[in-house]
Design a protein around this ligand. Structure first.
Ligand code: SF4
Length: 557
């Protein structure tokens, strides 16, 4: 059995090498350019990926292209599509935006009536074409393509183990761990091998997997990242967000449930439970910032949630003011909510330039806060002499927020009151979101940016009556951030109100980046954790004993 695994690993490695050497990959002259270009100042958490899949449609690759186009906000560094014509899989990937990578000629190289696609946001230093997805492999289970939204928290440990056993990795992506585990599984069929692989990994994954004649849609048992099922005529579709269905006139059916594997084939749609249920951990940041406001995510309207966040923020932190101004675009729905609740008029006092790309010529002579001025321009007539409530969704490092406060003040605002429609982000995310380290997060106890108050200043601060739980920040932390931002006042939404805004009465949402408390072991602790965890876990989920999950065959309408 071991030697068969080893032989499989070599064949698998060779097949991977073929795929990653360039088959189906679009070389773009601007990949070098991308590295040289000036990165715009953007102080937000970033979603890593969006996924899309379509089964049984004569224009599968084109629909996939359009689906990815609608999901572009979930990743702008790379994208790829893999299609099946029933006989073979073909893939095309490239760096950049979906519309720049694919043209009619390129889409014509992707024949067949089923396809999956992926858009990717890569972390710093990781902007490489080899990490673009879908990843395609040819293994003992046949040829399969995989697209992944999320992040595995025990990927590094598994990678070390698999390399020790002879697996040859071609990417630095955690997704490849799933691929190797599927390839190595001794389970009888692909759905069992996938279940076997997924029961050995921890963390966040919403997956689309394509074979010659099947499409799989899978969500991890905690359900960190969204994944939706839709229908267009007789064709099934899956997407990270429902905005992709809207563009295609497809009907949203339901979410893929946490711990559910959907297998779509000519026989219809089958639903499997591949793992024991776990406490759900829907990413609450999808409703704060990541998802498009016109999407349904976790069965809730994102726009509605964001308006609620703004309304609760207005109740929690009212202030006498003349105008409510959003930081566009992400602060708009919360600012509308704040305005509706407070009665203070909503005004678009900052205009965003939507046409800035990654390439521009920076003046030799320094212009103060140049990056943010490229992106946002204040409307002087709306701000001059006014007491402004400036609403944004979150503060990460604080550097951009400070520039925006300065911009509003330089446009003549008399007072600038910053209101944030989420609690302070104090800790990184390990579940598929690109976040800075503790040191870079201004609200973290380890922040290297935040000025600290003197003991005398701290003692004179009034204790806050608005904070409602132990996890909310101390008045001292908020005051230190306010000083850094140069704002007249600062108010963050409490964790309790964050949960209230999404009606989270059953504690189904993850709030780890606001609390520092994680539902899975954090990455830093995984080595020590895995020593005990894997010995127990592997005993339960050995490849040799993998049970085929029992499907429920359904036809959704
Ligand atoms: S840690 Fe924050 S960003 Fe990450 S899944 Fe949880 S709520 Fe979302």
């Amino acid at each position: 059995m071991v030697s068969a695994h080893r032989a499989g690993a070599f064949i698998f490695g060779a097949a991977l090498a073929n795929v990653f050497r360039g088959d189906g990959i679009i070389p773009r002259g601007d990949s070098t350019l991308l590295k040289q270009q000036f990165q715009l100042d953007d102080d937000h958490f970033h979603d890593h990926c969006g996924v899309f899949g379509v089964f049984a449609h004569s224009e599968a690759a084109k629909l996939c292209y359009l689906g990815l186009y609608a999901l572009q906000h979930r990743g702008q560094e790379a994208a790829g599509i893999c299609s099946s014509d029933g006989a073979d899989l073909r893939v095309a990937k490239g760096m950049g935006l979906v519309q720049d990578i694919f043209d009619p000629k390129r889409l014509a190289t992707l024949p067949g009536d089923s396809a999956i696609g992926h858009t990717r946001y890569s972390t710093a230093g990781d902007t490489t074409l080899t990490n673009a997805q879908p990843i395609v492999i040819d293994c003992s289970k046949g040829k399969i393509a995989i697209g992944h939204n999320g992040n595995l928290t025990n990927a590094a440990e598994w990678r070390r183990k698999l390399e020790h056993r002879g697996s040859i990795f071609q990417t630095t992506s955690d997704t490849e761990v799933i691929v190797h585990l599927i390839a190595r599984s001794s389970a009888r069929n692909l759905s069992s091998a996938i279940a076997d692989a997924l029961n050995q990994v921890e963390g966040a994954y919403s997956l689309v997997i394509l074979t010659r004649d099947e499409l799989y849609a899978i969500r991890d048992p905690r359900g960190f990242r969204p994944l939706c099922l839709g229908r267009l005529g007789d064709s099934y579709m899956v997407a990270s967000e429902t905005c992709a269905f809207d563009l295609l006139d497809a009907t949203y059916i339901r979410e893929v449930e946490p711990g559910e594997m959907l297998r779509i084939s000519r026989a219809g749609l089958e639903s499997f439970r591949f793992a024991p249920p776990k406490q759900h951990q829907y990413c609450i940041f999808e409703h704060v910032y990541f998802a498009r406001p016109d999407s349904l995510v976790f069965n809730r309207s994102v726009h509605h949630s964001r308006e609620n966040l703004g309304k609760l923020l207005a109740r929690q932190y009212p202030v006498p003011a003349d105008v409510v101004v959003p930081v566009p675009d992400s602060g708009v729905p919360a600012a509308i909510g704040y305005s509706l609740e407070s009665g203070v008029p909503f005004r678009m006092g900052l205009i965003r330039n939507h046409y800035i790309g990654r390439t521009f010529i920076q003046p030799v002579q320094a212009i103060r806060d140049f990056g943010v001025k490229l992106k946002l321009n204040p409307v002087r007539g709306l701000l001059e002499g006014k007491r402004v409530v400036l609403v944004d969704d979150s503060i990460v490092r604080g550097t951009t927020s400070r520039k925006i406060v300065r911009l509003v003040r330089e446009a003549g605002a008399k007072e600038v009151h910053v209101r944030i429609s989420s609690p302070p982000t104090i800790s990184p995310c390990y579940y598929g979101i690109d976040t800075p380290t503790h040191e870079e997060l201004i609200a973290s106890a380890d922040s290297k940016f935040r000025p600290r108050l003197s003991e005398a200043d701290a003692i004179s601060l009034p204790s806050s009556s608005s904070n409602t739980s132990e996890a909310d920040p101390s008045p001292q932390t908020v005051e230190e951030i306010r000083r850094f931002l140069e704002a007249d006042s600062l108010g963050y939404l409490s964790i309790e109100n964050l949960r209230n805004a999404v009606s989270d009465t059953e504690r189904r949402f993850c709030t780890s980046c606001f609390t520092g408390v994680y539902p899975t072991p954090p990455v830093q602790l995984e080595v020590q954790h895995n020593a005990q965890h894997n010995s127990q876990h592997n005993a339960q989920s050995s490849s040799e004993n993998a049970q085929e999950p029992q499907p429920t065959v359904t036809r959704e309408s």
